[in-house]
Design a binder for this molecule. Structure first.
Ligand SMILES: NC(=O)c1ccc[n+]([C@@H]2O[C@H](COP(=O)([O-])OP(=O)(O)OC[C@H]3O[C@@H](n4cnc5c(N)ncnc54)[C@H](O)[C@@H]3O)[C@@H](O)[C@H]2O)c1
Length: 322
């Protein structure tokens, strides 16, 4: 089978691409290698994938109608996983137009072309951010009417229009809401990377609400990829699934775990929580367990150890390379 993975050079996308290639699938990766963070990082993310004969790379923008049309005409993907997006709630407050253009416009463009060509299944990457400050734990039925950032609002909009395309054109669609994903290749703008950067450099880390009032439902990348593969393989016509760990960790406990694993001490710079961030994220994953067999199994300590190993091998070594 042929899979089109948008955003396939990013953190989650590059892991998904490799998992599909290992399974023997053909994979087309569409990514524009934008500079939200270092494009060099993204090129390094795809080095393993490039060694597979079944891998094709298209460097371009998911908003480019002619390009997406050409990809479908040439490769005829059976399945699509749409991960390309401007990610990150806080930066979205500075440039909401860009987030709307990529996350909504890009999704509509992709769905329009997929509708005309027909696909066996489409998975849309969404986010726990859609829940805002709704009471936790969040099931898929929890309110998503009050997103706290333009990023969250654009993801919600993409979810809603994916339903419309399913309804109008019968595209089998599974929406997956990721909960704070971490692991090797983790985004440099996300907490584990930012904290380890600061700890290694002897700089203070920004600690919101004293680390006491903030909880995150950290979900390891391999567990997420298991959920995305199950969503791709599923025959459910349309549904929404939480992919989280169902085990929120207090920020101060997260820092203690990082200190123990890295051997570095964290210096603390206290700050109030930004308005774009919810104090707690907490997934109810009962539906994903029941319908997708989703069963995250990586403990925070295991996952952070893998992250730290990758960080030392790749990030620190590259930084010190001549
Ligand atoms: N990492 C998380 O914790 C998390 C949580 C919730 C949701 N998500 C969602 O998962 C998806 C993947 O996130 P990630 O953490 O891997 O982010 P990422 O930034 O590493 O990956 C996104 C990729 O999309 C590409 N891209 C962006 N705009 C594009 C465009 N216009 N055309 C083509 N490619 C484009 C980027 O170059 C990047 O490689 C995103 O949709 C994100 O919103 C991630």
């Amino acid at each position: 089978m042929t899979y089109l993975i948008t955003g396939g050079a990013g953190f989650i996308g590059s892991h998904l691409v490799e998992a599909l290639l290992r399974r023997g699938e053909r994979v087309v990766c569409l990514d524009n290698f934008n500079d939200y963070y270092s494009p060099d990082r993204k090129w390094r993310n795809i080095t393993v994938a490039q060694s597979y004969p079944g891998y094709s790379l298209v460097q371009g923008d998911v908003r480019d109608r002619d390009l997406v049309e050409a990809i479908f005409a040439q490769h005829r993907p059976d399945y699509v996983a749409h991960l390309a997006a401007m990610a990150g709630p806080r930066p979205s407050t500075r440039n909401p137009q860009l987030y709307e253009s990529v996350n909504v416009g890009g999704t509509v463009n992709l769905l329009s072309v997929a509708a005309r060509h027909g696909v066996k299944g489409l998975v849309l990457a969404s986010t726990s951010s859609v829940y805002g400050k709704s009471p936790t734990p969040w099931s898929e039925e929890s309110s998503t009417d009050r997103p706290l950032s333009p990023y969250a609002a654009t993801k919600k909009a993409a979810e809603v229009i994916s339903y419309t395309f399913h309804h109008q054109y019968g595209i089998p669609t599974r929406v997956v809401r990721f909960f704070t994903v971490y692991g090797p290749r983790g985004r440099p703008d996300m907490t584990p990377h930012l904290f380890v950067d600061a700890m290694v450099a002897g700089r203070p880390i920004t600690l919101y609400e004293g680390g006491v009032g903030v909880y995150r439902d950290w979900t390891y990348i391999d567990d997420i990829i298991g959920g995305v593969l199950a969503a791709l393989d599923s025959h459910i016509p349309y549904d929404i699934f939480n992919l989280g760990n169902a085990n929120p960790v207090q920020l101060c406990d997260f820092i203690t775990a990082l200190e123990q694993i890295t051997g570095y001490r964290a210096m603390i710079e206290p700050r109030p929580l930004p308005a774009a961030d919810p104090p707690i994220t907490y997934a109810n994953t009962e539906k994903a367990q029941r319908l997708l067999g989703f069963q995250p199994s990586t403990t925070l300590e295991e996952g952070l150890s893998h992250f730290w190993l990758w960080y030392q091998e790749k990030v620190l070594q590259e930084r010190h390379a001549p």
